[in-house]
Ligand binder design. Sequence first.
Ligand code: FPP
Length: 283
Amino acid sequence: MSEDGCSPRKVIAMTTMTMAQSWWPKAAERWSESERRLLGLLDPSRLPAHVAVIMDGNGRWARQRGLISRIKGHEAGIESVREATRTCAELGLRVLTLYAFSKENWARPSAEVSALMNLLSRFLVAERDELMENNIRLRMIGAREDLPDSARRALDETMALTAGNDGMTLNLALSYGARDELARATRRIAEAVERGELRPEQITPDVIAQHLDTADLPDPDLLIRTSGELRVSNFLLWQIAYAEIHVTPVLWPDFRREQLLSALVDFQGRERRYGTVRDLNES
Ligand code: FPP
C-alpha cells in the first residue's frame, strides 16, 4: 500500500489509464465504457487519414420498426451522420466522406427524393454551429448543379462559412457517381489536350487524380459499408484502390460511435501491403 492509500495494483491500473488517455479526446470522458475500451485499443499514430462511408440500410431500418415511410429511416440516419462526424473530428481524422446521395438515387420515388433533399438542406443549416465549434470544413463531391436551389444554397453558404476551418474536412458525396466523376475528369483532360496545354503522353495517374472531385484530398484509407451489402455501388472507384474495406451488418441509423470505433480497430488489425510482399526478414 502506498502512502496515499493506493495499492500497487491500483497505481499500475491508474498509470496505464492515464497513459492510454493522454491522446484521448476530452469528449471521451462522456463516452460509454465499451466505447472507451475500444478507444484504448487504438494506436493514435495509425489512425486512417481519410474514412469514407457508404451509409446503407435506412429503408430496412424503418421497415424493421414497422414504419411505413422509408423517410423515417433517413431521418434516423441523420443522428448517425452527426455522431460519426463529431467522433471523427474528435479523433483528429483529416477527412470523412459520406455517400449521402448518389446519381442513381434520383430514380427513387419523387417523394423520397424530395424528403432527402429537404433533410439535406435542413442538416446543412442546423449543423453550422456544430461544424464551427469543431473546426470542421464542409465540402462536397458530385454534380452540384443537379441539386435543387434550396439545397445548393444551403450547401454553398455552409461551405463558405466553414471554408477557413482547418480541422477535419466533412466531404459530402451529393448526386455523386464515380463513373460520372471519371467521365467529367476525362472531359476536362481532353479539353486541356485540345487546347494544347497537355500532351496525351503526359496523362499519368497523377494527372487523372488531379482532375477528380477529390483532387485536394488524400485517398480513403478505410471504406465502411453498413447493412452488410458486399458492393461498392459506384463510390470513389478510383480513390479506393488501396482502401481497407470494413462491412458491417449494422444498418446506418444504428451505426453509432461504438460501431465506428470497432471499424477503426478492425482497420488497425489489417496489414496494408499496397501490392508488395511482406519483408521476409520480418517476424
Ligand atoms: C441508403 O439507405 C441511404 C441513402 C440513399 C441516403 C443516406 C442519407 C442519409 C443518411 C440522410 C441524409 C444525409 C445527410 C448527410 C444529410 P437505403 O434507403 O438504400 O436503405 P435500404 O437499402 O435499406 O432500402
